[in-house]
Design a protein around this ligand. Structure first.
Ligand code: AMP
Ligand code: MG
Length: 402
């Protein structure tokens, strides 16, 4: 059997980052920036008020209190989106709304709550310092600063910053299109009644979802029977339209495991027996230059195999620096026992951080590679090294899922 790290290295050897591309900012959510974004405008673009109130000169408010207000004539109103029609003179006030430009001649805003209307005047009930509630131009972003760097995963806030600067497009790494194909004569689609020996295809929807959840573009390549020509045709059309292809099934020792046979015939593919449980068999290589992962058919195995071999590498193809799932050290709340078989076991667990910040892990259920329920309800894979397992109270490393 091949050590896990060696199999992972074999896969990663053939995965390369995709090219960069310009996308509309509106389509860039979750993509990885490939340029340095320099602000070519200041944000905010002009000094404006943070409060509804009155633009004044701070010096004119000196001595104002509730008991003895300072009264100033109100000489105008400035709404957000408009500008004052003349500068503010000493001894004057202008009504001003949040976001409106502070008029020339004013150096402070007094919030409306600290004022009282008084005919055509306004009574100021407090002193305010110079700069009060004024948001200077460039207070958020100064013109000419480098604000976003390559490797940034574009999130909603970044989109807002780019929009505020009027950026329409940015350069990002292309997001891989990842095709997913199920193989097996026993598979049927959807809710049709099962004939004897048939089961419904569950791997495809799961792998498509894992691809989407990883921030990649899923492409449904459908189901293919256990037939070499059909498998080859499916793989070739997948490779022609995708940046990577995932298949499930047909890579073990069975008489009809043709995926392995087809792939090893078509290119420089490695058929690996990895020292892990679940997900021992894996076929990997390039077909017409496109990485193809022949994942095992058992549903849990296909998911674990995706986690261990495909997910991080596919994310790196789109420039993700945070490609790997986070790992934590947890304390087993119950024994996670196993037998010595030369493999690392990835036990499906539920982990939770307690009030002291300590992660605690317990099995999420039946650990057979066909027992999808324990995978569906797990939020972690415990890395249980070869041996007799983990005793209650002992530490175990856990890969956090989702
Ligand atoms: P295989 O690797 O093709 O021998 O499949 C191993 C096991 O996984 C068998 O029990 C298959 O019926 C099952 N299996 C394979 N593909 C799927 C699938 N797409 N959905 C659900 N089970 C599957
Ligand atoms: Mg099969």
């Amino acid at each position: 059997m091949m050590p896990l790290e060696e199999a992972q290295a074999r896969v990663n050897r053939d995965l390369a980052m995709l090219e960069t591309t310009d996308v509309a900012v509106a389509d860039a959510l979750g993509m990885v920036l490939a340029e340095t974004v320099v602000a070519d405008e200041a944000i905010p673009p002009f000094a404006n008020t943070a409060m509804d109130g009155f633009a004044v000169r701070a010096a004119d408010t000196i001595g104002a209190t509730k008991a003895s207000p300072v009264s100033l004539p109100v000489v105008g109103t400035i709404a957000a989106g408009s500008v004052a029609d003349r500068p503010l003179e000493a001894g004057e006030a202008m009504r001003i709304m949040t976001g409106a430009p502070v008029p020339p001649g004013s150096d402070a805003i007094i919030m409306v709550e600290l004022t009282r209307p008084n005919g055509f005047d306004v009574d100021l009930l407090a002193e305010v310092p110079v700069g009060n509630h004024v948001r200077p131009a460039g207070d958020d972003i100064q013109k000419g600063t480098e604000i976003l760097h390559p490797g940034t995963v574009i999130g909603p806030g970044h989109l807002g910053v780019l929009a505020s600067l009027g950026r329409m497009t940015i350069t990002v790494y292309r997001r891989p299109r990842v095709g997913v194909m199920s193989t097996g004569d026993e598979l049927v689609e959807g809710d049709q009644p099962l004939k004897p020996g048939q089961i419904r295809d569950s791997n495809r929807v799961m792998l498509l979802a894992l691809v989407a959840e990883a921030g990649l573009t899923p492409v449904d390549l459908g189901m293919v029977p256990d037939n070499e020509d059909a498998i080859e045709a499916g793989l070739r059309s997948g490779a022609a339209t995708c940046d990577a292809v995932l298949t499930s099934g047909g890579v073990s020792m069975g008489d009809f495991d043709y995926v392995k046979a087809v792939l090893t015939r078509l290119g420089d593919f490695s058929w690996m027996q990895v020292a892990i449980k679940p997900a021992k068999p894996l076929v990997f290589g390039l077909l017409d230059g496109v990485p193809v992962f022949g994942l095992p058919g058992n549903p849990v195995s296909s998911m674990v195999s995706f986690e261990l071999f495909a997910r991080a590498g596919l994310r790196r193809m789109m420039g993700r620096l945070d490609a790997e799932r986070p790992r934590v050290k947890a304390i087993a709340d119950e024994p996670l026992l196993r037998h010595r078989d030369g493999k690392t076991h990835f036990t499906r667990v539920n982990v939770q951080r307690n009030d002291e910040g300590v992660w605690r892990a317990r099995s999420s259920g039946g650990q057979g590679s066909h027992q999808l329920m324990a995978m569906a309800t797990a939020n972690g894979l415990a890395v249980v090294p070869n041996g007799s397992g983990i005793e209650a109270g002992d530490a175990v490393e856990v890969i956090l899922l989702g």
